[in-house]
Design a protein around this ligand. Structure first.
Ligand code: 4NP
Length: 153
């Protein structure tokens, strides 16, 4: 059966669209589907931030067809794994969980690189292009690990 993965940040325009695009580029679409959402409602139907589109493009990834949407409790039914970018996203998503099974699906994405350390993938929205470059590199490394784990399934 297909594994369904959801990437979650606050706005769904900077970090999670990149995480969605990066992971999708590393998996077999017949076996794994990838989507993203934001805990906030600021950017519903918006295209990703131009700085995320630009950094993706530099690494050969086109994320410009994605559109923002808000995370909702029903996403716990639709997805097997929910990767959040930071500890705020973690609390926000967990607060919508209806049971322990929902909670078990939620993981901090950088714990894939630094297990158990609960490190944030920092929100780059207020900063410059360098922040987006750093976010890309972190997400690339984390998604490489996620993709190799999914291949073992
Ligand atoms: P993201 O970045 O959570 O990585 O998409 C943000 C984008 C927009 C806002 C906050 C964070 N905002 O407040 O509009």
């Amino acid at each position: 059966m297909k594994t369904k993965v959801l990437m979650v940040c606050l706005g769904n325009i900077c970090r999670s669209p990149l995480a969605e695009g990066i992971l999708r580029s590393k998996v077999d679409p017949k076996k794994v589907s990838v989507d993203s959402a934001g805990t906030g409602d600021y950017h519903i139907d918006d295209i990703p931030d131009p700085r995320s589109i630009a950094v993706g493009k530099r690494y050969g990834l086109d994320i410009s067809n994605q559109r923002g949407r808000q995370f909702r409790a029903e996403d716990f039914e639709r997805f097997d794994l929910i990767y959040v970018m930071d500890n705020f996203n973690f609390s926000d998503v967990i607060s919508l969980a209806r049971n322990e099974e929902d909670k078990r699906k939620v993981k901090l994405i950088l714990n894939e690189i630094f297990p158990g350390e609960n490190v944030d993938c920092p929100d780059p929205y207020q900063g410059g292009q360098t922040g987006f470059e750093n976010v890309y590199k972190m997400l690339e490394e984390a998604c490489e690990i996620i993709a190799s784990k999914l291949k073992e399934n």
